[in-house]
Design a protein around this ligand. Structure first.
Ligand code: NAG
Ligand code: NAG
Length: 509
């Protein structure tokens, strides 16, 4: 359809196509590109991907649709919607917050790779699900005032939800005099019983639930409470919350990072209480709440709030909102309301791929930003295009997250593209073969390959986690699922399979 195709006149939605200077520890995200939404469509709120080729992103927009990105030639097309009352005529392109209850207002997405289902949190219509072909989503649970987040546990199939309040709706947050309360919750949906249970209540602006890959805890943010909590699912602290991190700013959604046991938190500094300028940033934290990396977006997106930072295939997708100050005498000038329904918004990603050649992203190391072109468009004055260049040096062998074992700190162990897990034996010996994940793997066919289509045969281990008490090395493999191998290495044993793309693991010691 015409409105879903890329046209020069369409609203620009910028994609921060951020370069990664990749080493084992830290990536810097400095390259920007843009994705273009259909004309008049605003407010991408969430991004989700599906499948091995990372279809998408899928994004939710203000007018109630869930769109799917079909690549640069096609752009975004309609994929799904949440409200049975929605008509394209009444809703498409609307930014009227009062149409939300009719048009729907999806705000968060979570994809279940084993079932192909896309779970949706809609601020008005609650918790929904839609199948691989999209269309009208089915409501699984309703009765919420303002649902904000959803994350499916890929191991158990349980779904974690967050809501912002028992009293106010999403449209109230942009009304003059808005005052947040402390009635937000963390919830869990059980697909077998179809019941929603309340895990935590009394939160001050709940959002961003992210369950750990090993299903041991859930991260939850308090937008107005300015902190991140860790809700334990197992162990001595099961069913209790722990204050993990106080943040000098307002945390939005939390998403699992691609490195094992790590998360990205979208933080807007100065959103509320309002400071003269709002600084959006992404924080990468570990499961103990230690901040490992801060990616500031203020140079490009000063004064915009950020609601999402999501990593996918080495890219960071982030989502920004414009903040419009509403001049009003009924409330403190220091604390104007935040506009949740902007006239435009910006999505971004970062990439470890240096050039435009997507296929070489496995080995592409790039140097940080070399040039920035600021593009002015009539509709969106802030469309950005930032370019950077490929760095010639490439060392794919150390791309994956290393794991260490034992008191002597053996290793590191690392996963490589050709399917092996290697062990570092010190400078004289270097890396040696330690383990592999696929019983079909032969050294002749696989060693040294960079052919992605050999992955199902050669294995593609991604993340490692040692269990120090047992010396077992847990492995997640993109094709072969969750595996474990003993201290001597060799062929790993599959513990759980059937995943489309398993990306991370962390064993709770
Ligand atoms: C939220 O906004 C709606 C529509 O304007 C209004 O009817 C309702 O009273 C508001 N609720 C609160 C808690 O402000
Ligand atoms: C950010 O917003 C504040 C308050 O509205 C304004 O004074 C300031 O000029 C803005 N800064 C930029 C760079 O737009």
């Amino acid at each position: 359809m015409a409105t879903s195709r890329v046209q020069a006149s369409m609203l620009f939605v910028c994609v921060a196509f951020l370069c990664v200077f990749e080493n084992v520890v830290t990536a810097q995200f400095t390259r920007f590109n843009k994705l273009i939404l259909p004309q008049g469509v605003t407010g991408p709120e969430s991004a989700a991907f599906r499948g091995l080729t990372a279809e998408g992103p899928f994004t939710t927009v203000t007018d109630g649709r869930i769109l799917k990105y079909q690549g640069p030639d096609i752009g975004f097309v309609d994929f799904a919607y949440t409200s049975p009352a929605r008509t394209k005529q009444f809703c498409d392109g609307t930014t009227d917050p009062d149409k939300g209850p009719i048009c729907g207002r999806p705000v968060a997405l979570s994809y279940q790779p084993t079932t192909g289902l896309l779970y949706i949190a809609d601020a008005y219509l609650g918790f929904l699900v839609v199948g691989p072909n999209g269309g009208l989503a089915t409501q699984l649970a309703g009765g919420f005032q303002f649902l904000t987040g959803v994350d499916v546990d890929l191991l158990t199939g349980l779904v974690y939800l967050s809501d912002a309040s028992l009293t106010y709706q999403i449209r109230n947050t942009t009304q003059p005099g808005f005052q947040p309360d402390s009635t937000a919750r963390l919830l869990r949906y059980n697909p077998l019983t179809r019941e929603v249970s309340v895990l935590l209540s009394g939160l001050s602006g709940g959002g961003g639930p992210a369950v750990s890959v090993d299903s041991t805890f859930v991260m939850i943010s308090e937008l107005y409470g300015m902190r991140v909590l860790k809700y334990w699912l197992v162990g001595a602290r099961a069913n209790t919350a722990q204050l993990l991190l106080n943040i000098d700013g307002n945390p939005g959604k939390i998403k699992r990072a691609e490195r094992l046991g790590e998360f990205w938190v979208a933080v807007s500094i100065g959103q509320r209480p309002r400071r003269p300028t709002i600084i959006p940033q992404g924080l990468r934290i570990n499961s103990n709440g230690v901040v490992l990396q801060t990616v500031p977006f203020d140079r490009e997106f000063l004064n915009r709030t950020i609601s999402l930072v999501q990593e996918q295939s080495g890219r960071l997708y982030s989502r920004f909102r414009e903040v419009r100050d509403v001049a009003q005498s009924t409330h403190s000038p220091d604390d104007p309301p935040i506009d949740e329904d902007p006239s435009y918004a910006i999505t971004g990603w970062c990439s470890s791929s240096g050039g435009d050649d997507e296929s070489s992203s496995e080995t592409g190391y790039v140097k940080p930003i070399v040039s920035m072109i600021r593009r002015k468009s009539i509709i969106n004055p802030d469309a950005l295009l930032i370019c950077c260049q490929r760095k010639s040096v490439a060392d794919p062998s150390l791309k994956a997250v290393p794991a260490f074992r034992g008191l002597r700190v053996e290793g590191p162990f690392t996963t490589v593209t050709d399917g092996r897990i290697l062990k570092w034996q010190g400078p004289n010996v270097g890396f040696v073969d330690f383990a592999y994940t696929s019983p079909a793997r032969t050294k002749q066919f696989c060693d040294g390959t960079t052919d992605p289509d050999k992955g199902p045969i050669c294995g593609r281990p991604l993340a490692l986690s040692f269990q120090p008490t047992t010396s077992l090395l847990y492995i997640t493999d993109a094709y072969l699922g969750l595996l474990v191998v003993g201290p001597k290495g060799g062929l790993a044993t599959q513990l759980a399979g059937g995943f489309k793309l398993l990306t991370g693991i962390d064993v709770n010691c």
